[in-house]
Write a protein that binds this ligand. Structure first.
Ligand SMILES: *Cc1c(COP(=O)(O)O)cnc(C)c1O
Length: 456
């Protein structure tokens, strides 16, 4: 009987993460200080992150060992299944073979616990007692709340107030795992009090929530801060996805011609794609496609420049494709894909054309999500549905050209907490929105003074 799932055993959970930094064709531009424009050093990050994670951030070792206690927690849901989408293939009448790696079976329902668990472990090991973070719709906050609970850490989550009020379910997940969830702007920090003094009814923003979480960690010796995407160590931890997928594709007796994933900050896509890159660097023909919303087109229409990591302009400068840190994300339903920039490692590879990028409007994305749910059963997260859209388009191309191809995409989470977005789509109430070009150009002019004078 032909297989639908390709399953590994717990013993097959990878023993090390893959660090693409060891194999890059060109060096990664350094993170720089906004004042001096000079590269920052590990000690600059020490107030916020434990040293083990800072060393991973700058590591050039190809393989970074996964600590045994992290592998033990991974066993709760890893290895994750690789599926062959036979019913979707049939519905599309395509000669393409479509595979997807499903990360929605984790306790938090997405790929994010892959890094949350690792981050909680290293913080615990260095004597940290509490982690702080921000969350928008709550995907990252819930992953970190879960991870902190398992390692006996306290967890404080600054949740954007409008989500706190309107999307209570992930807040309740965080509270179920024991996290302290504060609507942001809060009264707990100077940053929050300053906003509330001026605008008591402020709905909050991710930028304000970041400022609160960072201030809280910086002011308390026993607390550190945790980030769910963008940074090198986050992408590193997510490579468990691609390392498992490689072995599962071997079990299926195939190799992908195209690897697809959605991109918010870039961690799930990079986690799936990077372990397949060593062959690409040696001249392999596999294509890699990052998919983003047309409403937040950082990779496809942003510029490759130095910019702040946060909207409050408090972080060091990162070289990345950016829409400008002043970018105000439109209210699309893929809440996880609304960041103004992208992971520097991913951006470097897009810049050097190792990885392609494409953008879709949200109605086409939800059409793909429905087609997927109605054939394969799983209801995709709106973010993951961007990858589904591209996979379906690649399969349609195979049908037209008559050339078979092997498609692998990341189904990074389920959409059970996003059903109001499905409700809007089913009722025909979703609208497409392409980010205006003038806004991109205006933001780019504002970035000019941030650029270092000479190439670093
Ligand atoms: C957070 C999130 C994303 C976006 O983050 P990346 O770092 O780009 O992976 C995408 N999908 C889901 C389900 C998420 O929770």
């Amino acid at each position: 009987m032909a297989s639908t799932k390709f399953l590994l055993t717990e013993a097959d959970i990878p023993r090390s993460w893959y660090n693409v930094a060891a194999d890059l064709p060109v060096p990664l531009p350094p993170v720089i200080h906004p004042g001096t424009k000079q590269p920052i050093g590990p000690s600059d990050l020490a107030p916020l992150f434990p040293m083990a994670l800072i060393m991973q951030e700058v590591s050039a070792e190809r393989e970074v060992e996964i600590p045994e206690p992290v592998r033990e927690v991974y066993k709760l849901w890893r290895p994750t299944p690789l599926y062959r989408a036979r019913r979707l293939e049939q519905a599309l009448d395509t000669p393409a073979h479509i595979y997807y790696k499903y990360e929605g079976g984790s306790p938090a329902g997405s790929h994010k616990p892959n890094t949350a668990v690792a981050q909680a472990f290293y913080n615990k090991q260095e004597g940290v007692r509490r982690l702080t973070t921000e969350t928008g719709a709550g995907q990252w906050g819930s992953a970190l709340a879960f991870a902190c609970r398992l390692f006996g850490l306290d967890c404080t989550v600054y949740m954007v107030r409008v989500s706190y009020d309107q999307k209570p379910y992930r807040k309740l997940m965080m509270q179920t795992w024991g996290a302290d969830v504060l609507p942001s702007p809060s009264e707990a920090t100077e940053a929050g009090r300053a906003v509330r003094a001026k605008a008591p009814e402020s709905p909050g923003s991710l930028g304000i929530a970041i400022s609160e979480a960072v201030e809280d960690a910086a002011k308390h010796d026993d607390a550190k801060y945790a980030l769910g995407s963008v940074l090198n160590h986050v992408l590193l931890h997510q490579t468990v996805i691609g390392l498992e997928a490689r072995r599962q594709m071997e079990m299926a007796g195939e190799a992908p011609d195209v690897v697809i994933g959605c991109v918010g900050g870039g961690s799930n896509f990079s986690g799936l794609a990077f372990p397949f890159l060593p062959e690409k660097f040696k001249g392999g023909a596999t294509r890699f496609v990052a998919v983003e919303p047309e409403a937040c087109p950082s990779l496809t229409r942003g510029q490759y420049l130095y910019d702040f990591g946060d909207t409050a302009a408090t972080t060091p400068l990162l070289k990345m494709y950016t829409l400008g840190h002043t970018f105000v994300p439109p209210g699309i339903h893929a809440g996880g894909l609304r960041y103004h920039g992208d992971a520097p490692l991913l951006c470097l590879l897009v810049h050097h054309k190792v990885i392609e990028a494409v953008a879709y409007p949200q109605r086409a994305v939800f059409d793909a999500a429905l087609q997927f749910a109605r054939t394969e059963g799983i209801i995709p997260a709106p973010e993951a549905a961007h990858a589904v859209r591209k996979a379906i388009d690649e399969a349609a191309e195979a049908r037209l050209s008559g050339r078979p191809k092997v498609i692998l995409f990341g189904l990074c989470g389920h959409g059970h907490f996003d059903l109001s977005a499905y409700e809007a789509h089913l009722a025909g109430r979703l609208e497409d929105f392409a980010y205006p070009q003038e806004a991109v150009e205006r933001a780019m002019r504002e970035l000019a003074p941030l650029q270092p004078p000479a190439p670093i």
